[in-house]
Design a protein around this ligand. Structure first.
Ligand SMILES: [Zn+2]
Length: 294
């Protein structure tokens, strides 16, 4: 029940903290209800008995499955993005057996809660509870194409053992928008790229010309100087791209909007083309890699 409320809260606020706080309340309730819960799980699990005869500690971790690879006949190796441990590798034993309780929760894009313990090289999943599957991503090829592209980018920009809260929040919001809204997918992708760059330390300067500091006529976006330029300075900068007032407003919005409101605007065709171009070039330049959708 709280799981559902927590997910609804996240969808409305875009704030994973709300989600995690609510989950914590549930955790406390669970502990009160069955104080032996974790011990029970340990007793019932053969796999986590370590070779010295003791038991590894089991941790409850929430996250999104970024990739799944088959191992052996029935097992899977997953990469999961978590808020506190960053991108981690997890083995899911037996997850491909039709009767496995891990079957749903170990699929790409699944957001869930995982009970796992840490082995020498990877985590091992004991059980999981799915929170959101993003079903529409799995049944609509066009949505799936964009989600996979974004997923690849997230895999590239995250590491193990770092706080990935903001990136996870952006990723969940983006998957949700792609899956559940009718927004133009190119607009969603461009917003995602620009916002991700901000999280990675490449926030463009949007309030004054990056060269002369004027606040008037900021009609150019300079790729090399990370931000807006005025008419005069923009013309001198070969890396700069001319943009309309709507494109300027869109970029300003994406840089400053609260997470929950990030995707709540539309762009007309001409500005959308400019915004797409600027996001794409700026993104590829800063990450030093060619990201193409197809
Ligand atoms: Zn200037």
């Amino acid at each position: 029940m709280i799981k559902k409320i927590a997910w609804e809260a996240f969808k409305n606020t875009g704030d994973i903290n709300t989600f995690l706080e609510l989950k914590q309340i549930e955790g406390i309730e669970e502990t009160i209800d069955k104080s032996t819960n974790i011990e029970e799980i340990r007793k019932n699990t053969k796999n986590n008995k370590c070779k010295f005869g003791g038991y590894m500690s089991i941790t409850k971790i929430s996250g999104v499955v970024l990739s799944e690879n088959n191992m052996g006949d029935y097992d899977k190796m997953l990469t999961i993005l978590t808020p506190n441990f960053g991108k981690i590798s997890c083995s899911a034993k037996g997850a491909r057996r039709p009767s496995s309780s891990l079957l749903a929760g170990t699929q790409i894009f699944c957001f869930g809660e995982y009970l796992m313990y840490k082995g020498t090289n990877t985590y091992h999943i004991n059980s999981c509870e799915t929170i959101e599957m993003f079903y529409k991503l799995r049944t609509d090829l066009e949505r799936l194409k964009y989600a996979i592209h974004i997923d690849k980018i997230i895999i590239d920009v995250t590491e193990e053992n770092e706080n990935c809260y903001n990136i996870l929040q952006l990723y969940l919001n983006t998957l949700y928008t792609i899956s559940e809204s009718e927004k133009n997918l190119d607009l969603v992708l461009s917003i995602f790229k620009m916002r991700l760059l901000c999280l990675l330390g490449f926030t463009p300067r949007v309030l004054a010309c990056t060269n002369c500091n004027t606040k008037e006529n900021l009609n150019y976006f300079s790729i090399k100087d990370n931000g807006f330029k005025c008419e005069a300075c923009g013309k001198q900068d070969k890396s700069s791209i001319k943009m309309t007032q709507s494109t300027q407003n869109a970029i300003k919005y994406v840089v400053t909007a609260p997470p929950k409101k990030l995707y709540s605007f539309e762009l007309k065709e001409e500005s959308l083309e400019e915004f797409k171009l600027i996001s794409k070039i700026y993104f590829n330049q800063k990450l030093e890699k060619e990201y193409n959708l197809d």
